[in-house]
Design a protein around this ligand. Structure first.
Ligand code: NAP
Ligand code: G4F
Length: 334
C-alpha cells in the first residue's frame, strides 16, 4: 500500500515482542508514521493482546518464537520488512535467576537467530536490538556512557551482553545496518505488574481504594534512571534512521531510589508510604544492581532525542492510571 502523504510505498516494520510494553508503544508510534506493522507473536493458551487491543485491525500478525529459527526466517520471507525491532526477551531479572537457561536461549541466542535470519533472507533490513542498562550492572563509572565497560549481575544481564555483542559482530562481519539501544529502565501504565514501578503504582491504587493495606517489596535502596516508555520507542526509531548504524545509551540522566518512588507514589493519593510498605527478603536478588544513571548526551547530539516526561510526572501518570483502572474508569491499558 502507498503512503497517502508521499505517494511512495509504505515502509514495513516487523516487531518481535509486540505484546509487551515497548512493543505496544512502538507499534503505535510506527503506525502514526505511516508504517505497515507486522507483529511476531508466540502461541499461548489464552490471548494476551491487552496492550495492543486498540490497534487490532491495523497490525498484521505472524506466529513465531525466538526459540524457533524457521519461524523467524519465514516471518522475514513472508512480510519483507524494511526494519526489524527485536524487542522480544525473557525480560524479568528476578526470573532469570530461576530460569537462567531459558533466559539465555531467548534473550541471548534468540538475537543470533534473528540476525542470522536477516543475513540470509535480506541483509539490507535495518535491525534494532533491545540492549539494556543491566549490562552495566556493578557499574565501573558514574554516569554510564556508550563506552562504560559491562559487568552484568544476573543471567538476564549476561544474556543481554551476549545479544549486544552479537549485534556488533554481525554489523562488523556482514555489514548489516544493525544497532543496539542501551536503554535504561522505562516504565508506563502498561508495564508488567511484576516490575517494581508498576507493582508500587498498582499496590498504591489498591491501598487507596481500600482493597489492600500493605505493599511487600525488596531492596528499597536500589537506584534507577527511570523514564517513560513512550519516549524511548522514538529513540529506537531514530537509531534506525541514521545513515550509519551506531549504538546509543538512552536515559534521563536522573536517578532515584525505589524508596523515593514509593514516597512519590503514596504522596499522589495522600498517603504515607512508611505506614504501608513492608520489606520482604523474598524480593531480594542473589546479586543486585545498586545504581544506574546514564549519560544521554550522544543520543541528544546525534539523534536529537531527549526525554519529555520527568520522574514525578511518570510516577503520577502510573498511579493515576492504576486508580482509574481499579475504579473501572479505564477498560484496558491502551
Ligand atoms: P516485556 O513487556 O516483558 O515484553 C517482552 C515481550 O517478549 C513480550 O511480547 C513477550 O511475549 C515476548 N517474548 C518473550 N519470550 C519470547 C519468545 N521466546 N519468542 C517470542 N516472543 C517472546 O518487555 P518490555 O519492557 O517491553 O521490553 C522490551 C525489550 O527491551 C526486552 O528485550 C527487554 O529486555 C528490553 N529492555 C527493557 C527495558 C525496560 O525498562 N522496559 C530496558 C532495557 C531493555 P508474551 O506477551 O507472549 O509473553
Ligand atoms: O523493576 P525491576 O524488576 O527492574 P530491573 O531489575 O531494573 O530491570 C528492568 O530494567 C532493565 C533496564 O535496566 C531491563 F533491562 C529489564 O528488562 C527490566 O525492564 O527492579 C528494579 C529494582 C531492583 O533493584 C530490585 O531489586 O527494584 C528493586 N526491587 C525492590 N523491591 C524490586 C522489588 N523489584 C521488583 N521487581 N519487585 C520488588 O518487590
Amino acid at each position: 500500500m502507498a503512503d497517502s502523504t508521499t505517494g511512495s510505498p509504505a515502509r514495513r516494520a516487523l516487531i518481535t515482542g509486540i505484546t509487551g510494553q515497548d512493543g505496544s508503544y512502538l507499534a503505535e508510534f510506527l503506525l502514526d508514521r505511516g508504517y505497515e506493522v507486522v507483529g511476531m507473536v508466540r502461541r499461548s493458551s489464552t490471548v494476551n493482546y491487552e496492550r495492543i487491543a486498540h490497534l487490532m485491525g491495523r497490525i498484521e500478525f505472524h506466529s513465531g518464537d525466538l526459540l524457533d529459527q524457521f519461524s523467524i526466517v519465514e516471518a522475514l520471507q513472508e512480510h519483507t520488512p524494511d526494519e526489524v525491532y527485536n524487542l522480544a526477551a525473557q525480560s524479568f531479572v528476578q526470573t532469570s535467576f530461576g530460569q537462567p537457561v531459558l533466559t539465555g536461549e531467548t534473550t541471548a541466542l534468540g538475537v543470533t537467530r534473528m540476525l542470522d535470519a536477516v543475513r540470509l533472507v535480506d541483509p539490507s533490513i535495518r535491525f534494532y536490538q533491545a540492549s539494556s542498562s543491566e549490562m552495566f550492572g556493578k557499574v565501573h563509572e558514574v554516569p554510564q556512557t556508550e563506552s562504560t565497560p559491562f559487568h552484568p549481575r544476573s543471567p538476564y544481564g549476561v544474556a543481554k551482553v551476549y545479544g549486544h555483542w552479537i549485534t556488533v559482530n554481525y554489523r562488523e562481519s556482514y555489514g548489516l545496518h544493525a544497532c543496539s539501544g542501551m536503554l535504561f529502565n522505562h516504565e508506563s501504565p502498561r508495564r508488567g505488574l511484576e516490575f517494581v514501578t508498576r507493582k508500587i503504582s498498582h499496590g498504591v491504587a489498591q491501598i487507596a481504594l481500600g482493597q489492600a493495606s500493605e505493599l511487600r517489596l525488596g531492596n528499597l535502596d536500589a537506584k534507577r534512571d527511570w523514564g517513560f516508555a513512550g519516549d524511548y520507542v522514538d529513540a529506537m526509531w531514530r537509531m534506525l534512521q541514521q545513515d550509519e548504524p551506531e549504538d546509543f545509551v538512552i536515559c534521563t540522566g536522573q536517578t532515584h531510589s525505589v524508596q523515593e518512588f514509593c514516597q512519590a507514589a503514596f504522596a499522589r493519593v495522600g498517603l504515607d508510604w512508611e505506614k504501608h510498605v513492608v520489606v520482604d527478603q523474598k524480593y531480594y536478588r542473589p546479586a543486585e544492581v545498586d545504581l544506574l544513571v546514564g549519560d544521554g548526551s550522544q543520543a541528544a547530539d546525534r539523534l536529537g532525542w531527549r526525554p519529555t516526561i520527568d520522574f514525578v510526572q511518570l510516577v503520577e501518570m502510573m498511579v493515576d492510571a492504576d486508580v482509574a483502572l481499579l475504579e473501572g474508569r479505564l477498560r484496558n491499558l491502551s
